[in-house]
Design a protein around this ligand. Structure first.
Ligand SMILES: C[S@@+](CC[C@H](N)C(=O)[O-])C[C@H]1O[C@@H](n2cnc3c(N)ncnc32)[C@H](O)[C@@H]1O
Length: 286
């Protein structure tokens, strides 16, 4: 009741104090972490990757047009924690281009990226008779039918309901677990891993080496919320530090890594811009 009566500027002030305290705690924990071994030998090399040709591919655009019509019936909102519409399209293009057979997503949330990855897999591979296997994981039970968490984020259907609607459940599996536990206990290897879970410096610093150890030869890692040089990407001035700070530390400690931020997309993303925080994590050496 008290919360509801509070003016917006006080709520905003409380929110920024909480955020600052969280960032301080994360930075302290991060600075105390011992160096983690990071073997990037299975990661695909950045050499020969042209983001511009992937994002401007006419073939992928034709498939996207078809998927978009199907997916849009679910009207998954773009501002309640799921990746924005422009990022969904970029992820679709990457999946379509790399054609991974085994895929892991960390951070299902409302399933915005999940549905786009599944649709890209279906149209570029499953329809042609190729076998694919897509696991999406979240620390929460995102499909809990008792609490229906998706309703809190303005979407009518659970990620599972959307996936089942297209019969994509034949190749999509949902898991509730923490990324670190899943990556360290499971020994399955993946062609493509999308990291969009806990964005704290401490978790990403441990998550990336574990994800690398789960990659098949020439596998790909896609990061979300990567802010190059820890600088704001949009006019709102927000920065999420974890992915950039953690990856920079791994590189300083000798990991054979390079980050390719997708930068400006050929279509809109958010806040009247075409800018994305998506970035490919690739091997630096040939
Ligand atoms: C930004 S949201 C992901 C958005 C999602 N990709 C989409 O497009 O709808 C981050 C999600 O990561 C989950 N998460 C946070 N920490 C995690 C962890 N340590 N392991 C697994 N999932 C985590 C959160 O519960 C949240 O649902």
């Amino acid at each position: 009741m008290v919360k509801k009566a509070m003016p917006n500027f006080i709520m905003n002030q409380i929110h920024s104090y909480k955020r600052a305290a969280g960032l301080k705690k994360d930075a302290e924990e991060f600075s105390k972490l011992e160096t983690v071994a990071c073997d990037a030998s299975n990661l695909r090399s950045a050499h020969g990757i042209s983001l511009s040709s992937i994002l401007n591919s006419d073939t992928i655009e034709a498939q996207w047009a078809q998927s978009k019509k199907e997916i849009e019936k679910f009207t998954i909102p773009g501002n309640t924690g799921g990746v924005n519409y422009g990022d969904r399209r970029a992820i679709y293009y990457l999946i379509n281009y790399f054609k991974p057979q085994t895929i892991l997503e960390i951070g299902t949330h409302i399933g915005a990226s999940t549905l786009n990855i599944a649709s890209a897999l279906y149209h570029s591979q499953v329809k042609q008779g190729n076998k694919v296997d897509f696991t999406t994981l979240d620390i929460r039970d995102v499909n809990c039918t008792k609490t229906k968490p998706w309703l809190d984020y303005g979407t009518k259907y659970s990620p599972l309901e959307m996936i089942e609607n297209f019969n994509y459940d034949s190749f999509v599996t949902f898991i509730s677990n923490t990324s670190l536990e899943f990556l360290s206990k499971n020994d399955k290897q993946y062609d493509f891993i999308f990291l969009d879970g806990d964005h704290s410096q401490a978790t990403v610093y441990k998550e990336v080496p574990l994800a690398l150890s789960r990659l098949k030869k020439n596998g790909v890692i896609l990061l979300h919320d990567y802010f190059p040089n820890s600088k704001p990407l949009w006019s709102n001035g927000t920065v999420i530090y974890g992915p950039h700070v953690a990856v920079e530390r791994l590189i300083k400690e000798g990991a054979d890594l390079v980050v390719l931020p997708l930068g400006e997309l050929p279509w809109p993303t958010k806040l009247d811009s075409n800018v994305t925080s998506l970035a490919l994590l690739m091997r630096k050496s040939d």
